[in-house]
Each structure stands twice: as structure tokens, then as C-alpha cells.
Design a protein around this ligand. Sequence first.
Ligand SMILES: NC(=O)c1ccc[n+]([C@@H]2O[C@H](COP(=O)([O-])OP(=O)(O)OC[C@H]3O[C@@H](n4cnc5c(N)ncnc54)[C@H](OP(=O)(O)O)[C@@H]3O)[C@@H](O)[C@H]2O)c1
Length: 281
Amino acid sequence: MNELTIGDTTVPAIGLGTWHMGDHAATRSQEIKAIQAGIDAGARVIDTAEMYGNGRSENLIGEAIQTINRDQLFIIDKVLPSNASASRLEHSLDQSLKLVGTDHFDLYLYHWRGAVPLSETVETLQKMQQKGKIKHWGVSNFDLPDMQELLALPGGDQVAANEDLYNIGSRGVEYSLLPWQRDHHIPFIAYTPVGAGDERGRLTTNQVVNEIAAAHHATPWQIILAWAIRDGNTLAIPQSGDPKHAVDNVKAANITLSADELAQIDTEFPKPTSKQPLDIR
Ligand SMILES: NC(=O)c1ccc[n+]([C@@H]2O[C@H](COP(=O)([O-])OP(=O)(O)OC[C@H]3O[C@@H](n4cnc5c(N)ncnc54)[C@H](OP(=O)(O)O)[C@@H]3O)[C@@H](O)[C@H]2O)c1
């Protein structure tokens, strides 16, 4: 299985996203099964945030992992920009820990940049790390200038990951951010890695993607995920409320695409040739 190391932990390169999960009573038990099936299939990472359904995703995860050994999991949570201050962050963190039913997060991310000075957020995250409430801290929706500003701050080079939108149809980060993160040994977390259920309908229907899928006895979704994690420094966190999809997604970490297959994909979905604005969702 393709893996990467975040902080001091090596995890399979495909984890479980959970945005919009726990929002509806009718789909709750199926969503819990999807998380559990994903973990049974080998996933270790679960990605959530206080923002997701105002705590409903965290609460759902808490229920889904009740009987699972905590040491087997690598849980990522995120603090909202409005709560990323010295006076508010710890309260947010405590609430999130309570909802998930754990005494620590493996990675706690600053969800996106807001009005709080970056130095204040970093200092507060470091304090939470010293208290043992988080193992590592990181950022999300940061572009290269944000990362450079972060690394110039005291302790900023301890950032354990940056989580941004990345998929076969949105490759802007490849122009300068991804190579820079690889050079600085900062893992990249790819969110919306299957294009939000391929909402524009042009990824999973692509003929080349389907031909490569057939050659690997895989689905187009799995090929898109295998592509996202190909550099060994990237974790992809697809979201699924369907147990079969969740298992397929996790198993895509076993697929390694050949140089020829990657070149064919480049022809269909070209690399950026200039700096693009950071894509967000
Ligand atoms: N840091 C941030 O700012 C940020 C922003 C956005 C997202 N995220 C994180 O990234 C995660 C993933 O991103 P996302 O939820 O935006 O989009 P995504 O994972 O690209 O797409 C999710 C959609 O794809 C479908 N899907 C997934 N696997 C499938 C498969 N194998 N076959 C068919 N359909 C499949 C799901 O439907 P089914 O349920 O039917 O499988 C769901 O509708 C989020 O859940 C969240 O944890 C972070």
C-alpha cells in the first residue's frame, strides 16, 4: 500500500474525508458503516473539522470509532479562522475532542487564514501541542506565499502538513506549491480529490482514465485517487457515505501508475504552465 509520513507517523496515503456527513438522520447509519468499512479496509486517517455541520461530522466520527483502537487511527481536525486566537482556540479544540470522544488529535489544522495574526495562531497551536491535546499542527488553504510567511515565524517550520484542493481536474498547486512542499519535506493533503463526486462530470468519464482503470481492474475513481497520491508526499482524503465506495477508495492506495499512464493523463488533463489562483471549495 502506498504510504506517507506525517510528523512521526506513517499512514496509508488514502484516508477518509467527512464533510457533509452526519447531517441527515436518514443516512447516518450508512455513513457510520462507510467510515467503519474504510477503516476495516486499511484506512487510518479520518479528516474532520469543527465547521462540518457545526460539529455533526465530529459527532458522527465519535460514534463510528467507539469500538476501534484509538492508536490505529490518525485523526485530523480543524479550527475555524474566527476561533484561531489565543483566547478562543483551546475552547474550540476541547469541544472538538469531546465530540470525537478522544483526548488528542494527531493533526490539528488552521482551516483557512482569517483576521487573527498568523504568529498568534501558531503560538497557540504550539501551546496545545505542549499540553498534549494535539500531536502535530498544520494549515489548510495556504498557498506558497502563506507557507513562506509561516516558515519565517518562530517555530513555523514545525508545520506538519498543508491541506489544499487537488485533483486531476485542478492541478494549479503543481506549478510551485507542491515542489516547494516536497523540497521542505512538508506533506501535502489533497482535499476534494475526486472533484466532489466529479461534479463537472469530466473526470470519471474520460476515455483514457477508463482505459487505465480497465488495465488495473480498477474503477476510474480509484485511478483518479492513485494519481493524486503518486508523489509519495501526498495524502488524499476522499469522502464517501457509501461503504462500497469507501472500501474502493482506500484500496486505491495499492495502485501505482506507470510513467506511460501518467504521461497519458498529462495529455488529457495538462499540468499548469503558469501560476494559478489557489483553488478552494
Ligand atoms: N480543508 C478544507 O478546506 C477542505 C475543503 C473541502 C473538503 N475537505 C475535506 O476533503 C474531503 C473530501 O472532499 P469533498 O468531500 O469536497 O469531495 P470528494 O471527496 O472529492 O467527493 C465526494 C463525493 O464523491 C463521491 N465519491 C467518493 N468516492 C466515490 C467512489 N469511489 N465512487 C463514486 N462516488 C464516489 C461521494 O459520493 P458517495 O457518498 O455516494 O460515495 C461524494 O459525493 C471532505 O469530506 C473534507 O474532509 C477539506
